[in-house]
Write a protein that binds this ligand. Sequence first.
Ligand SMILES: [Zn+2]
Ligand SMILES: [Zn+2]
Length: 149
Amino acid sequence: MSTSSCSFEDRCVSILCCKFCKQVLSSRGMKAVLLADTEIDLFSTDIPPTNAVDFIGRCYFTEICKCKLKDIACLKCGNIVGYHVIVPCCSCLLSCNNGHFWMFHSQAVYDINRLDATGVNFLLWGNLPEIEENTDEDTLDISAEECIR
Ligand SMILES: [Zn+2]
Ligand SMILES: [Zn+2]
């Protein structure tokens, strides 16, 4: 069940904050490896930021690929801050996405490099605990293998 051969272990973990109200949206963000649109700067995370954002509006599809998306808004101020890939398309599943299906627009969020336990060094994805936040909902059950045939 290998979905990706890419490695993110040497990349910094970012804390993502809403630009409008400074609310922390995710403590495990990453400068995005883009699923759909390579023109736009994005941040991504692999764990649903359920306490900070909520869905807004209807599902829609990107023009570039077949991913099904839904916008997410900051719970504190209501501004749209990004989107969730509800159903990734095959080409995105096969590309290097590392299970990051929550995207944040760089116009709406800013990032702070997270420090490790020493408080001196930047925390890297390779040193990040697998589970540290609430993961009991919205877990994607998607296998890239369906697309490979
Ligand atoms: Zn796609
Ligand atoms: Zn906000």
